[in-house]
Design a protein around this ligand. Structure first.
Ligand SMILES: C=C1C[C@]23C[C@@]1(O)CC[C@H]2[C@@]12CCC[C@@](C)(C(=O)O1)[C@H]2[C@@H]3C(=O)O
Ligand SMILES: O=C(O)CCC(=O)C(=O)O
Ligand SMILES: [Fe+2]
Length: 371
């Protein structure tokens, strides 16, 4: 929360600074140890698993399921290769992001996200929980990007829209496939998740948001924060990062671990809704983005959840007398509302009973302040 009204006012009035042209870190963007100092704790040589999705064709799914299960339990994140998303499409989405973020601020603000809105251009939505501003700008798309693209480029929006829509279609297929692999690694079959399957037995698409994030080169990266520590309110998130590192995941016992960009690899994060579905067996991963002195970083997150009216709760197969359901049923939109109000306390706020070790969720007592 903003610690003082004056901080909060200053933060608000400098919300749309053009970070690309600033030569010195303004006070409004200078983080200290009291608000999650970025350079603390970040020297670590472990790295999240890299999983080859082609492997499962040869190994009847066994290896890949085991590998995914271990990664979800231990890290809440992994990288994938051989995922069938073409390099050309990954390049195109990067170019689309660059063409958007390199526009003058006035142009981007034509598609500004409204205070109550979800889509459009703006600072990170979680900014209101922090007294300092983040060194990033974002653009959120749900479904068609047409309306916002037209506001920005009245005569020249088609290429941007085509790339975004192709990326959304390809990501939807990949996210569905990953969801079944992640659930499969828990022993869950399609018959056991009615909302995700059509009567014909085919997978039903979930709903999703696409988030383009831009992190300009920063004059004082050790005191700036690209995107503060958070978990995603999703079943899973698929993240593409350009060739500049910045993403870090938090691992119990190890601290912040950098996820290096591998050409062509995509990062998969466990989100809060999979945490709920798995009854806490696959904890959602706390992650953040740090920034760089010389390089501009771009990331594209595909945030995948269930169809909006579906109530998600711990899966029946994972619940018994010894393992009571730990979370109440929530729809995705209800949970997003809870996240918007309670941020890092959202998961605990839908919890039914306290974990054996205390009164909070695992990530609430890992020593990291996220709010
Ligand atoms: C579906 C969504 C998840 C998200 C909120 C949103 O409505 C669209 C943007 C998403 C994002 C991306 C950056 C981090 C995050 C916490 C945020 O502030 O906006 C996530 C939200 C989330 O997962 O809760
Ligand atoms: O830029 C990154 O690496 C992280 C982005 C992210 O966490 C998000 O969009 O939810
Ligand atoms: Fe995230």
């Amino acid at each position: 929360m903003p610690s003082r009204i004056s901080d909060s006012f200053r933060a608000h009035s400098q919300k749309h600074l053009d970070l690309n042209s600033i030569k010195e870190l303004p006070e409004s963007h200078a983080w200290t140890s009291s608000n999650d100092y970025p350079s603390e704790n970040s020297c670590n040589f472990e790295s999240i698993p890299v999983i080859d999705l082609d492997n499962y064709i040869n190994n009847n799914n066994i290896n890949v399921l085991e590998h995914i299960g271990q990664a979800c339990k231990k890290w809440g994140a992994f990288q994938i290769i051989n995922h069938n998303i073409s390099e050309r499409l990954l390049q195109d989405i990067e170019l689309a992001g660059k063409s958007l973020f390199s526009l003058p601020m006035q142009q981007k603000l034509k598609a500004a996200r409204s205070p109550e809105g979800v889509t459009g251009y703006g600072v990170a939505r979680i900014s209101s929980f922090f007294s300092k501003l983040m060194w990033s700008e974002g653009f959120t798309i749900v479904g068609s990007p047409l309306e916002h693209a037209r506001q920005i480029w009245p005569h020249d929006y088609q290429k941007f829209c085509d790339v975004i829509e192709e990326y959304e279609r390809e990501m939807e297929k990949l996210a569905g496939r990953l969801m079944w692999l992640m659930l499969g690694s828990l022993g869950i079959t399609k018959e056991e998740v009615k909302w995700a399957v059509c009567p014909k037995g085919e997978s039903k698409g979930g709903s999703a948001a696409l988030q383009l994030n831009s992190y300009p080169a920063c004059p004082d990266p050790d005191r700036a924060m690209g995107l503060a520590a958070h978990t995603d309110s999703t079943i899973l998130t698929i993240l593409h990062q350009n060739n500049t590192s910045g993403l870090q995941v938090f691992k119990e016992g190890s601290g912040w671990v950098t996820v290096p960009p591998f050409p062509g690899a995509l990062v998969v994060n466990v989100g809060d809704l999979l945490h709920i579905l798995s009854n806490g067996l696959y904890p959602s991963v706390l992650h953040r983005a740090v920034v760089n002195r010389t390089r501009h970083r771009l990331s594209v997150a595909y945030l995948y959840g269930p169809p909006s009216r579906v109530k998600v709760s711990p899966l029946a197969k994972l619940v018994d007398q010894r393992h009571p359901p730990l979370y109440r049923a929530v729809t995705w939109s209800e949970y997003l509302g809870t996240k918007a109000r309670h941020f890092d306390k959202a998961l605990s706020s839908v919890r039914l009973c306290a974990p054996l070790s205390g009164f909070t969720d695992a990530k609430d007592h890992n020593g990291v302040q996220v709010g």
